[in-house]
Design a protein around this ligand. Sequence first.
Ligand code: IVH
Length: 685
Amino acid sequence: MSTAAARAKQLREVLNRHAHLYYVLDQPEIPDAEYDKLFQELQSIEAVHPELRTADSPTQRVIGALLEGFKPVRHTVPMLSIRTETDTEAAGAENFDARVRRELELDTDAPPVEYACELKFDGLAINLRYEHGILVQAATRGDGETGEDVTQNIRTIKQIPLRLLNVDAAVLEVRGEVYMRRDDFERLNESQRALIASGAKNEKTFVNPRNTAAGAVRQLDPAVAAKKPLSFFAYGVGDVQGWSMPAKHSAMLNQFETMGLPVAKQRAVVQGAQGLIEYYRDIGTQRDSLPFDIDGVVYKVNSLALQKRLGFVSREPRWAVAHKYPAQEQMTRLLDIDIQVGRTGKLTPVAKLEPVFVGGTTVSNATLHNEDEARRKDVRVGDTIIVRRAGDVIPEVVSVVMERRPSNVGEAFDLYKKLNGKCPVCNSAIAREAGEADWRCTGGLYCAAQRKQAILHFAGRRAMDVEGLGDKLVDQLVDGGSVKTLADLYQLDLSQLTALERMGEKSAQNLLDGLTKSKHTTLARFIYSLGIRHVGEATAKDLAKHFGSLTALLQANEAQLLVVNDVGPVVAKSIHMFFQQPHNCEIVDKLRAAGVQWQEHTGAANDDSSKPLVGKTLVLTGSLPTLSRDQAKELIEAAGGKVSGSVSKKTDFVVAGEEAGSKLQKAQELGVKVIDESGLRKLLK
Ligand code: IVH
C-alpha cells in the first residue's frame, strides 16, 4: 500500500509537470503516448486504491454530472471592474498618468511613475481559489460581490493547474481571464458547419470567441463545456492568507509563472506616460498576429504600496485603467451580396458593405460563408448588420440588427436564383449535393476562377510560399493558358514570363528564383498546398506527423485516416477521394519530378507498435451519440485494438453510450475503466 501511495504521488507530480510543459509552456518533453501510459498507470492505481484519488490528480479533470444551476459564491474580496479609456490615441495613456500623479500629489519634477502593462483579454473573469496550493473552487465574477461556482467546468481546462508548484499558502486566490484562442474558435465553427451540413439538428455556429468562452464556462452540462477548447491567463489576486505578497504587481505575475500558471508574455514594466504610449503602440502593431482577441491593454501602477494609497472610486481602482483599441465588431449597412468562386468551386456569398472601420482597418467585404448561414442569419440587402474582423481572419457578417430592418428590405437570400443556376465566371451549371452546405461550380479546372484560386493557394505563404506570385500574375498566366495545372508552374521559363504584360526581366527572374526556392518544403506544407477539400493547415500538419511520408498518406484508406487527430468521416473521405483521382496523382508526381522535395520520416508512424490501441481490448455497449457500432469498431481496429463482445477482467475499456445495460454493470463490478465516445476519441488520437 505505501508503495502504491508513493508511486501515485510520484505519477501525479510527473504528470502535472508534463501537463504544464505541454499546455502552458508549449514545450512538451515526452511524446503523448508516454504521457498516456503514465496517466493510465495512475488511473489503474487509483482504481484499486480509490482513497489515493486526490483533488490534484490529473485523472480528476473529469467531466462531472449535469447541474441544475450554479451555486452562488460570495467573493471574499470583491471582483472589481476597471475604468476604460476609449480614446485610441496617446491621450488615453496621458490622462491616466496625469490622474495618478495628481492623486499621489507628485510634483511635476518628481520621477515618472512605474507601471505594469498587460493585455486586456476578451473573455470572462474567473477567480481561482487555491488552498494549500490545491484548486478548491472556481467562480465567475457575477455582480462583483457574488459570482457562480463553475469549478466543474474550469477543472476541464488543462492550462489551469490543479495544484500550484511550490506554494503552501493557506489561501491564494488567482484572478484571470478564461478565453478562447482564435484558431480554436475557427476550428470549432468549421466543425459546427460540417455538422450542420451533414444534417445535424439543434447545432449552430458561434458568434465570437468571447461569447463562446463565456457560454462554455456557464454551461450546465459539463460534457458540452469540456468540448469547448478554452485557455486561461492570470492577471491578479483576490483573497490571500499566509502568502507574503511581493512588492510589485510585475513580480507577482512572475511568481504566478513559477507556480505553473499561464501568464501572457506580452507584458512590460514601463516608466511614465511615455512608456505607456510606447507599449500601447507596440501591442497595437502586434494585435492582429496574436493568437487570441484583445480589446485593449491594461495599465496598472506597479507598486502595490502605491496601489493601496490610491485606493478605489465607485468600485473601480484608481491605480488601473483599460486603454482600448478600435472595436473588432461594428455595425454597418449591407449594400449587396456577391458570389465568389473559390478554389474548389465553392460559391461563397460575400457581403458588400458600406465601408466601416473595424479591427483597425476599413472593411467593405465580409464573408457570409454559405447559403445556409446567410439564410439562418436572415441577411437581406438593405439590412443593418454586425461585421467582425479579428486578427488576420477574413471579416464576417455576425448577425442582423433586426430592430433596424427597413420596410423595403430585400428578399430572403437564394443563391441559385441569384445566379440563375450558372457559375458567374465560367457559366457552368452550379450544384449542391445532399448533405453539403455549399453550392459549387461544376466546371472544375475548366473554370478559370477555380484554377486561379488553386494556384494562389498553392503559392501562398503558408503553403509552398512562392515569392512573387500574386493574383494579377496568376490572372495572366491562367488567362493566357500557360498554366493549366499546379505542375505547370515549375515549367515556366524566362521568355514565357517576359512576354507577359508589365513583366520585366528582373521580376521574371525573381519569380523563377521564388519557384526554385519553394521546392524545398515540408511534407505538411506540401499536403496543405494541394488544396484538398477540408484539409487546412492544422490537418495537413497532423497528417504529415501521423503518416511521415507522402507514400504512406497516398496509401491510407478511410479507416486509417480517421485515426488522425481531428480527422472525421467527412475529411477522411475527402482526402481519400482526392488521391483516388488519377489526375491528382499525376500532378503530385509531376511536382516531385520537377524537384519539389521534403524530409520524409518513413516507417515510424506506420509501425503497428505506435498505434494507440495495440494490445488493448475494448467492449462496446449502449448507443453512442455520433458513431454507429460498426464505425466505432472500425476505428478501434484501425488503431490496433480488439473489440470483444463481453466484459472480463482482461477488458481494458468499456465504451458506454446511452442505455448501456449489463455490460456496464459488469465493468463497474470488475473495476474496468468505463469511457464515453469522447473518451474513445481521445484514446484513438
Ligand atoms: S484587472 C482591479 N487585468 O477586464 C482590476 N482585468 O473591467 C481588476 N480584463 O472583468 C481587473 N484583461 O475580465 C485586469 N489584464 C487584465 C485584464 C482584465 C481583461 C477584464 C476582466 C475584468 C474587466 C475589468
